[in-house]
Write a protein that binds this ligand. Structure first.
Ligand SMILES: *Cc1c(COP(=O)(O)O)cnc(C)c1O
Length: 397
């Protein structure tokens, strides 16, 4: 997945453009910048890449989720349904707005189970946020139907699925709002950065203002700005945007390398009895950022992961006890360990985490192995790796 593996002179050239005129900020300084608007240029390129009318760059993927929800008016006491398998950023971004993350089971797509979503809807539910984990997607049609029926906002966290598609549409561009991260380990990187993507002009204008102190960005050189509402600072810098500009132009190349490497590994593992793969909905095409497969039971996946480690197969994980990605070890959330007081409404809203169990998620995550697809592997390296992995799996299940 990581674009940083193929960092090159192209990125350096874009960054040097910014350093040469010294305007590191994306807004204002119109005269000084000699026509360099890296953030604006990157937004235009991303709009094309993600086939969306509007793109607002922000400082991170986590900021993108907060800004996306805020731009559609999600706030204090609102419930946002999200999956048990994601990155901690998902609930952080929701809680930052005083909203309440409602975690629900995943299915064999490794993200939201539509039945679990439907069962979690209450009068307080405002949004459903799917997380397109590890380069693939959930059942978008069923989730969109549920959101339509219950008049809910549909948000896609596509931070890990840059370049994946559903019915030919880029992941992140399908729901009302999409969120991307360009942190250092994502498919394309800015170093740090993120984006909110939408076809809704009002959400876009809100995101533009909200991510820069509520400034409305009117007038030449910011001369006529007012504050239609309160905001924060989630800006990206010109330096970060410059890196992203070089990276986004290389996305097709990155995806084709990922696809080649993924396909070699998948073909080898599909010949191993007992190995099955995550379900990719019909019409979906993964970004090939990860290869995810299931083994028959939790014990064999533990044994295989251990054997991968001792056998020199790196970058593969079982997420069951992973405290970045799975609810099992999120004790700081369950125990509400906050630096500062949290509202009683949010506290009450999160009480369900004390008792609710997630057997269905457990059953998928415990049997899952997720392998990062690197861009820097040569074809021969991937072939050798595929053979080694198949051999280890056969010996342990
Ligand atoms: C990386 C990631 C984020 C957060 O992105 P940052 O840019 O690191 O803040 C959010 N959601 C998912 C699924 C991610 O993988």
């Amino acid at each position: 997945m990581p674009g940083f593996e193929l960092f090159s002179d192209l990125e350096r050239k874009e960054v040097n453009d910014v350093l040469d005129n010294g305007v590191l900020m994306r807004y204002g300084f119109d005269g000084m910048r000699n026509g360099h608007w890296k953030a604006k240029e990157l937004e235009a390129e991303l709009a094309t890449t993600f086939q969306s009318n509007h793109v607002q760059l922000v400082s991170s993927g986590t900021a993108a989720v907060s800004v996306a929800l805020a731009s559609a008016g999600v706030g204090a006491g609102d419930e946002v349904i999200m999956p048990t398998f994601t990155f901690v950023a998902s609930f952080e971004a929701i809680m930052m707005l005083g909203a309440i993350p409602i975690l629900v089971d995943i299915d064999d797509t490794l993200t939201l189970d539509p039945k679990a979503v439907e069962a979690a809807i209450t009068p307080k539910t405002k949004a459903v946020m799917i997380v397109q984990m590890c380069g693939s997607m959930g059942n978008m049609d069923a989730l969109q139907d549920i959101c339509n029926t219950h008049n809910l906002l549909f948000v896609e966290d596509a931070c890990q699925a840059i370049g994946g598609t559903y019915n030919g549409k880029p992941l992140g561009s399908i729901a009302d709002l999409g969120c991307f991260s360009f942190d250092f380990v994502k498919t394309i990187t800015c170093g740090e950065g993120g984006a909110v993507v939408t076809n809704n002009k009002d959400y876009y204008i809100n995101a533009d203002h909200y991510s820069d102190h509520g400034h409305d960005h009117l007038g030449n050189d910011r001369g006529a700005e007012t504050h239609p509402f309160l905001g924060y600072n989630f800006r990206i810098s010109e330096l970060h945007a410059a890196v992203g500009l070089a990276q986004v132009r290389r996305l097709p190349e990155f995806i084709s390398i990922q696809k080649r490497n993924y396909t070699i590994l998948r073909n080898a593992l599909s010949r191993v009895p007992g190995v099955t793969f995550r379900t990719v909905p019909k019409g979906g095409e993964e970004s090939y950022a990860f290869l995810n497969f299931f083994l028959p039971d939790a014990e064999s996946s533990q044994k295989v992961i251990e054997a991968f480690k001792t056998g020199g197969v790196d970058a593969c994980w079982n997420y069951y006890h992973n405290n970045w990605h799975y609810i099992k070890e999120w004790n700081h959330l369950k125990d509400l360990k906050s630096l500062f007081p949290i509202s009683t409404e949010v506290k009450k809203g999160l009480e369900y985490l004390q008792t609710k169990t997630f057997e269905q998620s457990d059953s998928y995550i415990a049997r899952n192995i997720s392998c990062l697809i690197k861009l820097s592997w040569t074809e021969d390296e991937v072939k050798a790796r595929a053979e080694k992995m198949a051999k280890i799996i056969k010996a342990h299940i």
